[in-house]
Ligand binder design. Structure first.
Ligand SMILES: Cc1cc2nc3c(=O)[nH]c(=O)nc-3n(C[C@H](O)[C@H](O)[C@H](O)COP(=O)(O)OP(=O)(O)OC[C@H]3O[C@@H](n4cnc5c(N)ncnc54)[C@H](O)[C@@H]3O)c2cc1C
Length: 584
């Protein structure tokens, strides 16, 4: 077994991971060795798919924007579940990050006088979303990737999949990692680590995210005794193209697109008369589903999915070509619709995980409200800091990845610079843990039995269950049924077979490991959603349609037990903005 020792290991090479790597390299001035792990090629990390833009207050003197306005929009958007001290820190650092990215070379779209252009996004009171056409994630990722390659002390491990955290007496020590190219298990020991492994929306079938977004970081943390926070809050983006689920960016509505029902009405007038199509995502998603439920939507013949139309025709060909070229290309390719001439069929699609690994305001991972997990930080979609609370505003995620990549990269590098090399020893108890993991992967998952379960059938059933019972509207009966099915699937998972028997690039094996992670995460989402008997942000209970601040103005923490998640709660940190009714 190969053992690799690093001062700092970053799990994930999306926007959060690469930004953390660059900051750690700058902070340590070449004095620490840094590894960045990615289970796919680094440049295929999901951040490359981000379309619409990244939020930050850039030109307050010109636009009238302010940190307070960005903070208030974010907190109101979060349905008052965000920790307000974290939001205040975030909005102050976001513009610094946009300028940092500018200096690195991101090719922003610009105004005629050369400023970085900004557009309106849902729930924002002012246009503050900077963008590079509708391929913002791709351009930021390319820029970060080019820049991280400049540092000799950063090693990037593509196709290296972490399978478990190595913990000893509550202290984080490293990871077991499957080298997918060779099919061998390696051990990465680290003085410090940052989990930047992205979200978990692939627990749904109808989703905007790629097949790799399977909540591995959250699942590994949970199994290692670290709580995951607020997992009931899954964001459904209002405009997933039907029937694929692929994203049509909110920028399409930010640039002036309409949502229309079967009667040709701009129905958002009924739900958010002031903001209309650029209300926050939770509100727009519910409005679309209500229109469909009340018979004012369309039905897609092959899939049976209900949908409404996103109409961009009035924007004109020139604007669509300059501001939304990717959307035009995508609609043509996926549904044979040219948005210059026809509206696009859309419905809400699973998109983003508001919850994640529990951290403090600075991204340090925590066991509860007070106690830290030594040596461990988390950033980006994998973490729940919490800035987004119960509902994230569009374009705040990329900004969070950049801000928290920087904060955690700096903190972890400083810590690693001071830490002793004795931390990098593999004790006998850790060696035992590695052997158990080897057995789990190569014996148990590879085990062939007659009548063993097909992992792809289990995954299909997981997706159907989440799409049906844990979608935009939830209730006790549906969530109970979802919980029953997931427990059954977890039992079946113990007997799965991996058909491909080869060691090298075994995608069946990778997907089997991911399936185990997805089942754990799905169970946490369901149990947390069942317990929260109120409606807040993206979590809407038909049987408890009101927000209940008296009983539920608190964060959920889910802890692993062999019988299923145990829940605990910690208070929301409120600084300046008292909870109020959300009206848009
Ligand atoms: C289609 C789409 C468009 C979006 N557009 C926007 C937008 O315009 N603005 C905005 O603010 N937000 C947007 N979002 C959300 C935003 O893109 C994501 O929240 C953000 O990019 C997540 O970045 P990340 O670095 O946390 O994770 P990711 O970019 O998902 O990276 C995760 C990394 O972790 C690695 N990893 C995961 N598990 C393992 C493992 N077990 N072992 C090793 N490596 C592992 C992966 O290989 C990858 O490198 C969009 C999301 C989608 C789906």
């Amino acid at each position: 077994m190969e053992i690799l020792r690093y001062d700092l290991v970053i799990l994930g090479s999306g926007l959060a991971g690469l930004r953390a790597g660059i900051q750690a390299a700058l902070t340590s001035k070449g004095k620490i060795r840094i590894a960045v792990l990615s289970k796919i090629h680094a440049m295929r990390s999901h951040s490359v798919a981000a379309e619409g833009g990244i939020a930050g207050v850039l030109y307050p003197e010109v636009t009238g924007d302010s940190f307070d306005a960005h903070a208030y929009d974010t907190i109101k958007g979060s349905d008052f579940l965000a920790d307000q001290d974290a939001v205040e820190l975030f909005v102050k650092l976001a513009p610094e990050e946009l300028r940092f990215l500018d200096h690195l070379g991101v090719p922003w779209s610009r105004t005629p006088d050369g400023r970085i252009a900004q557009r309106l996004f849902g729930g924002m009171s002012i246009p503050r979303t900077a963008f590079a056409a509708d391929k913002t994630g791709f351009f930021i990722m390319s820029t970060l990737y080019d820049n991280i390659l400049r540092f000799d002390n950063v090693d990037i491990y593509h196709d290296h999949m972490a399978t478990s955290f190595l913990m000893e007496n509550g202290v984080f020590k490293g990871f077991t990692v499957l080298d997918l190219k060779e099919g061998t298990l390696k051990v990465f020991l680290a003085k410090a680590a940052i989990i930047a492994s992205g979200g978990a929306a692939r627990i749904y079938g109808f989703t905007t995210v790629s097949y790799a977004v399977t909540g591995d970081g959250a699942a590994m943390a949970y199994r290692a005794g670290i709580p995951v926070k607020d997992m009931e809050f899954i964001q459904f983006h209002p405009t997933g193209v039907v029937p694929a689920g692929v994203l049509i960016t909110e920028a399409a509505r930010g640039e002036g697109g309409y949502l229309i029902n079967k009667d040709g009405e701009r129905f958002m007038a009924r739900y958010a008369p002031q903001r209309m199509e650029v209300a926050p995502r939770d509100i727009v998603a519910r409005a679309i589903i209500r229109e469909i439920m009340e018979g004012r939507g369309f039905i897609h013949e092959e899939s049976g999915l209900g949908y409404v139309y996103l109409d961009l025709r009035h924007l004109g060909e020139e604007k669509i070509n300059t501001r939304l070229p990717f959307i035009r290309e995508l609609a043509k390719k996926l549904v044979n619709v040219d948005p210059v001439y026809e509206p696009i069929p859309v419905r809400p699609t699973a998109h983003y995980t508001m919850g994640g690994i529990h951290t403090d305001t600075y991204g340090h991972v925590m066991f509860d409200a007070k106690n830290y997990v030594p040596n461990l930080w988390a950033a980006g979609e994998a973490a729940a800091v919490s800035i987004h609370g119960a509902n994230r505003l569009g374009s705040n995620s990329l900004a969070e990845c950049s801000v928290y990549g920087r904060l955690t990269g700096e903190a972890a590098a400083k810590y690693a610079l001071e830490a002793s090399s004795s931390m990098l020893e593999l004790s006998s108890s850790l060696e035992e843990a590695v052997k158990r993991e080897e057995k789990r992967i190569f014996d148990e998952l590879f085990k062939t039995e007659t009548n063993a379960e097909d992992p792809y059938q289990i995954r299909g059933e997981l997706w159907r269950t989440m799409d049906t019972y844990v979608y935009v509207f939830r209730d006790e009966k549906g969530l109970m049924e979802a919980g029953r099915i997931i427990r059954d699937l977890k039992n079946k998972y113990k007997r799965i077979r991996v058909d491909d028997r080869s060691r090298k690039y075994n995608m069946n094996l990778r997907e089997a490991i991911e399936l185990g992670n997805m089942l754990d995460v799905a169970e946490i989402v369901i149990v947390s959603a069942l317990a929260r008997t109120e409606s807040r942000g993206a979590h809407y209970r038909l049987d408890y349609p009101k927000r209940d601040d008296v009983n539920w103005l608190k964060h959920t923490l889910a802890y692993y037990t062999p019988e299923g998640p145990r829940l605990d709660y910690i208070p929301v940190r409120i600084t300046r903005w008292k909870p109020e009714e959300r009206k848009y």
